[in-house]
Design a protein around this ligand. Sequence first.
Ligand code: PRT
Ligand code: ZN
Length: 283
Amino acid sequence: MLRIAIQSKGRLNEESLLLLQNIGIEVDAPKRKLLSKSQTFPIEALYLRDDDIPQVVAGGTATLGIVGLNEIEERKADVDILYRLGFGTCRLSLAVPKGEDYSGPSWFSGRRIATSYPNILRKYLEEKKIDARVEVITGSVEIAPAVGIADTIFDIVSSGSTLVANGLKEVETVFESEAVLIANKSRGVQEQAVIDDLLFRIESETVSRGKKYLLMNLPKSALEEAIKIIPAMRSPTVMPLASPDWCSLHSVVDAADLWIKVRQLKAIGAEGILVMDVDKIIL
Ligand code: PRT
Ligand code: ZN
């Protein structure tokens, strides 16, 4: 039974559990239990604070974990990063009071910077040869300048609205983060086989994210043009119709491009276009 460490509550909890569910791995939510065995896959979830996940996986108490890349980087955790999961995306940025006339990284020389990520910040300051004072605080970093603990901050930013609400502006992005699947460095053959199966499922899940399945009727004369519009993974599926001058064309497109593609296909004569959600794509 492989153990996977998951954040017990917080920003990554729900999406971590949803990912497992979408790949056929049901585990109980962390209501009362710290550990929950899956009935559908040889894995058990260990629910923890995200701060503890890197060390728990590095030390082998759990073989796998789902945590922000920012935590791995900050704690210099000795783990393998197996997969970037594409959720929990955020960045670690330097922000200054919005009225400041910011001139570039040297602006930080001699200033006090509040952060919960001192290691990532110090590395950046060293690289840029900036001599600043790092004030380590846990939580509510964004209020530090207003209460006089520091002049500026280095913190996680997602939409940027917390910075705006606290009269700050983002001036340097230092580190881009997202949730990652991590693993202990020493894994047995059996463990690796389970991990390979898990990765195969995760890949199918993430590849299908944001994809739509399109099918339509098309005059055969427009087929070549249509294939240029929707190239598909290998090439689109073309099926005959009872009417000899028409065919049915099937393909997968990015949801973001859907409306542009549909307009282009209509313009070359496509009819009866059906758009469907894609559950899984197995490459
Ligand atoms: O209780 P536990 O220790 O497990 O959780 P936590 O409170 O330490 O972490 P949590 O749940 O807040 O975040 C877990 C992980 O989610 C982080 O380590 C990041 O990898 C990722 N993540 C993604 C974020 C954000 N987006 C985010 N916006 N983590 C924190 N924030 C905070 C940020 O600190 C700031 O206060 O949200 C605020 C900014 O958000 P915007 O949207 O206003 O810019
Ligand atoms: Zn935490």
